[in-house]
Design a protein around this ligand. Structure first.
Ligand SMILES: *[C@@H]1O[C@H](CO)[C@@H](O)[C@H](O)[C@H]1NC(C)=O
Length: 148
């Protein structure tokens, strides 16, 4: 039996995985609490992307607000990002092996309740943040982030 087909499939595997390694960026994530869109109790809470249209929010609650670096003059609205926690100030805050996909629904600078946002790459919904990290232990985490 020849060893050639085996090495070819190895090469192919490596090739398949390269793009995801190359395109990922390093950034930071914070989180913000509700209100996430306009509700009776919060008349000022309209999103920079969709105003008061709450139907644009993923029902999974996995969404976020774009920081300066990825806002792209509003073009970021609706973009999907895959991210995972790399490290945090409080050791052990990252949930190991948790990668989530979030949709951009707002602009970090225009949040009514900015939460722990300040100069971060992305500000996540509480649900999204809690999926990749212990949100009571860390306000901000270092992440690997990649547009989908
Ligand atoms: C999250 O962090 C808090 C505060 O450091 C700690 O008390 C709690 O046990 C942690 N939760 C988990 C699931 O690690």
């Amino acid at each position: 039996m020849s060893i050639l087909p085996l090495s070819f499939s190895f090469l192919f595997l490596i090739f398949l995985h390269l793009p995801s390694v190359c395109l990922a960026d390093i950034g930071t994530a914070a989180w913000y609490p509700p209100p996430y869109s306009r509700e009776l109790l919060f008349p000022d809470a309209a999103t920079a992307c969709y105003g008061s249209d709450a139907s644009q929010f993923p029902s999974s609650y996995l969404f976020g607000a774009a920081g300066e670096g990825i806002w792209d003059n509003g073009a970021a609205c609706g973009r999907q990002y895959k991210l995972r926690c790399l490290s945090a100030v409080a050791a052990g805050s990252c949930q190991p092996d948790q990668t989530i996909q979030v949709k951009i629904v707002d602009y970090a600078r225009s949040l009514v309740s900015p939460g722990s946002a300040s100069g971060t790459t992305i500000v996540l919904s509480q649900k999204a943040f809690a999926t990749v990290a212990n949100w009571t232990a860390s306000q901000s985490i270092n992440i690997e982030i990649q547009q989908v």
